[in-house]
Design a protein around this ligand. Sequence first.
Ligand code: HEC
Length: 164
Amino acid sequence: MNIRFSFSQKILATASAAAVAGMLTLPVLAATPAETVKLRQETMKQLGGHMKAIKGFAMEGQGSAEDVAVRAGEINKIAAKIPTLLPEGTGMDEVKDPKNGAKPEIWLDWEKFLKAANSLEAESKTLAAVAGGGDKAAIAAAFQSVGKNGCGSCHKPFRIKLEK
Ligand code: HEC
């Protein structure tokens, strides 16, 4: 009896620990489609900020290779959650936000969209590893690949760049 009791207690404890961990790692999904659009634009801006800082190191030697590695790690984490920021019904034709540049093609070819997000995940992982090595030329090359094969592989087919 006692054993059984503590066993279920343990399951409960494990379940609530998992719930807490889930809350910490999952993005806080906004309630309305319009809020989701805002949240993903903020998230994309974070990506832009990281890329700008990494470019500063790669092109002008600002900051450090360690900082590049940290930022590449952040990009990697964000890449993994990009698909959750683009639920159906939040495209530019549905959420009439003058800044919404999410093309309907995203949901017409979701597989390809996921591949683009995966590509950013892989590219940023490589950049983080290369940055760990500290070789500036190699970091610059990996950075450019993140831009072209990561960000670009998704923006080209799936995003309309709008005037701000
Ligand atoms: C898998 C797809 C995908 C990847 C990968 C991706 N983006 Fe985006 N990005 C989008 C979409 C879709 C939009 C348009 C979102 C909107 O307007 O609501 C966008 C918009 C943006 C914006 C404009 C945000 C705003 O304020 O309107 C910036 C900046 C941006 N992305 C930066 C980046 C950078 C930098 C990377 C690479 C490190 C990247 N993105 C990778 C899909 C992606």
